[in-house]
Design a binder for this molecule. Sequence first.
Ligand SMILES: [Zn+2]
Length: 126
Amino acid sequence: MRINTSHITSIYIGADGCTLKADFENGKGCQIARYDVDRFSKIALNFIGIVVRNKVFRCKSCGKIYPEYVPDVCRRCGKELTEEMNPEEARILRPQYTDLVEKVVAKKGLLGWRVLRTDDTERSAD
Ligand SMILES: [Zn+2]
């Protein structure tokens, strides 16, 4: 089966533990493969992970990648990544990130994250 990985936003193991699934940019998902033993799907996930691209957050100060969520303080360099909000704001708003947080497109390989490009091309020039 051929898959155009450039349109895949995420690849994950299904809830049953033995199917490999993918989400595409157009919002559709599909089952890539099914395995009898769940460790086979984990091996396949590592392999496909080399070419999967994701939109992730990056700390501009030290370059640490945060694929899921941004912590209040960078775990590597200790700089503040979110703005202080009063509890009322925090309840209704999404976290406000400081200028140190940028959104980038990165791919995860066996050696960790590699940034392919930033969304904001003007900013990446400096
Ligand atoms: Zn940092």
